[in-house]
Design a protein around this ligand. Structure first.
Ligand SMILES: [Zn+2]
Length: 123
């Protein structure tokens, strides 16, 4: 193999390497995206499983969900505080906080507004 043949082979090899690297980069990006989306899905599954486990075992005698229980309680209080700040009303049926302009209770579905008194009397 003379010098020019060697040079030509080297150039071809380098060119192949560059295009392989470009393919690697794009397939890496795709693979990275696939990994991320599957990781996200896996985390969702873990979350669902954890929530289900909590619901199934929160009343167990030796259950220790102090942190979760505390957070749920804290969140309830914060939501109530937020609703009060927003000027929310309490649903007369279930006690759920509902927005002042809500037509129906989001929890029990009780109609809160738009009740036509005359229509009721006609019944
Ligand atoms: Zn209600």
């Amino acid at each position: 193999m003379d010098f020019f043949e060697k040079l030509s082979d080297t150039a071809i090899a380098i060119g192949k390497e560059v295009s392989d690297r470009a393919k690697d980069v794009s397939s890496c990006a795709m693979l990275q995206y696939d990994i991320r989306s599957r990781e996200g899905y896996l985390n969702e599954l873990y979350q669902d499983l954890g929530k289900k486990y909590y619901e199934d075992h929160k009343d167990d005698e030796d259950a220790d969900f102090t942190e979760i229980d505390g957070l749920i309680k804290e969140l309830d209080e914060m939501r109530r505080e937020l609703m009060e700040k927003k000027g929310a009303d309490k649903c007369p049926k279930c006690g759920n906080y509902v927005a002042k302009d809500a037509d129906y209770c989001s929890k029990c579905g009780k109609q809160l507004k738009g009740v036509d008194v005359e229509a009721d009397e006609e019944e």
